[in-house]
Design a protein around this ligand. Structure first.
Ligand code: F6P
Length: 365
């Protein structure tokens, strides 16, 4: 640890359950074990660019383990290296990283703890190369971060999605319908795969395995022949048909990752109804997956990773992220984390387990 006895924390990217549990773990350990002062930077990198921050005392981080969202606010748009600005109604991107770095330097901190997904931690990796002492903590409901087996927020999203699938199950059974549940996850199918298995989905469609309509219709017909007059389809927002493309919900021009996916569930609904002649409904559970209280699993994960991050500050292991490998805590370089998102490998044992219980992935395997 350096000489200042002060660290800053920021939460960047899309929010998720468990962020406050990480803030609490970092701040409490830093205060209790090292007597450090804690600064909370507001709204992710936006607060670094515009110098918005506040002191976090013990009382500020006490009683927040079960609280959803982030007490610091966040932004999934603000990037100091490519910051969107409106100049006479025209959108322009400027490099304001020197402004952000100078504001961070003025805080006289030993280290900045960045709690984020791949966007936030890729920026953290650049800031580290530009001289900022940084340690990362992984979070995202999508679980698509390189360098860790699991991210804070993922388990909560899976639990919410599983509950949605369970609820849809009973109505599908009653009406003898096909019900489609679309879940988030960007271009990775982690939420769909895990919630789909936990919810007993008959068909699970993930971005990593492009689907064929004929195979899905075949699965529905096979179930009908077995006397199962309903089918549950779980589809990731980033899933796409073989040779087709993803469905884009909106383009956020200010963002560095402007494409927001959503709506494939409704496209599939019309196609499957036409092919099978069976009444079909679709639901998109969307941001419900990011809201509310974290699961006990996420609170524990947040506490493990948050306290690990403070150990890394103590060791001056800057430029690294606290991660999970083989269910143990690990340290992984931000450089590696920044190499791009982590998708489901096609030989993931969970895909095999699901196939073994008859789950259809929309492919011909
Ligand atoms: O990365 C988290 C996530 O919820 C994705 O699953 C989803 O595609 C995206 O963020 C939605 O972003 P926004 O909150 O900007 O609509």
């Amino acid at each position: 640890m350096g000489k200042n006895g002060r660290i800053a924390i920021l939460t960047g990217g899309g929010d998720c359950p468990g962020l406050n549990a990480v803030i609490r773990a970092v701040a409490k350990k830093a205060i209790i074990e090292y007597g450090l002062e804690i600064i909370g930077i507001e709204d992710g990198y936006d607060g670094a660019i515009h110098n918005r921050h506040r002191r976090l005392h013990y009382e500020d981080v006490s009683g927040i383990i079960a609280l959803g969202g982030t007490i610091l606010g966040t932004s999934n748009i603000a990037n100091p290296y490519r910051y969107a600005m409106k100049e006479s109604d025209k959108l322009e991107f400027k490099d304001v990283s020197q402004q952000a770095i100078s504001n961070i330097n003025k805080l006289k901190i030993d280290c900045l703890v960045c709690i984020g997904g791949d966007g936030t931690l890729s920026i953290a990796s650049r800031l580290f190369k530009d001289g900022v002492a940084i340690i990362g903590v992984p979070k995202t409901i999508d679980n698509d971060l390189r360098g860790t087996e699991i991210t804070v927020g993922f388990n909560s999203a899976v639990c919410i999605a599983t509950e949605a699938i369970d609820r849809v199950h009973t109505t599908a059974q009653s009406h003898h319908r096909i019900m489609i549940v679309e879940v988030m996850g960007r271009n990775a199918g982690w939420i769909a795969l895990h919630a789909g298995i936990a919810g007993g989905g008959d068909v699970i469609l993930i971005p990593e395995i492009p689907y064929e309509m004929g195979i899905i219709a075949g699965k529905v017909n096979e179930r009908n022949k077995m006397g199962k007059r309903f089918t549950i389809v779980v589809i990731a927002e980033g899933a796409k048909p073989n040779g087709g493309d993803v469905v884009i919900k909106r383009i956020v021009k200010e963002s560095n990752d402007p494409i927001r996916l959503g709506g494939i569930g409704f496209v599939l609904m019309s196609q499957i109804e036409k092919m099978t002649g069976i009444e079909t409904r679709a639901v998109i559970i969307g941001h419900l997956q990011r809201g509310g209280s974290p699961t006990p699993f996420d609170r524990i994960l947040a506490t493990r990773l948050g306290t690990k991050a403070v150990d890394m500050v103590e060791k001056e292991k800057y430029g690294y992220m606290a991660g999970i490998k083989g269910n143990s805590l690990s340290e992984v370089s931000l450089d590696y984390v920044a190499k791009g998102p982590r998708r489901i490998p096609l030989d993931d044992p969970l895909i095999q387990s699901a196939r073994s219980v008859g789950t259809c992935f929309g492919d011909s395997l």
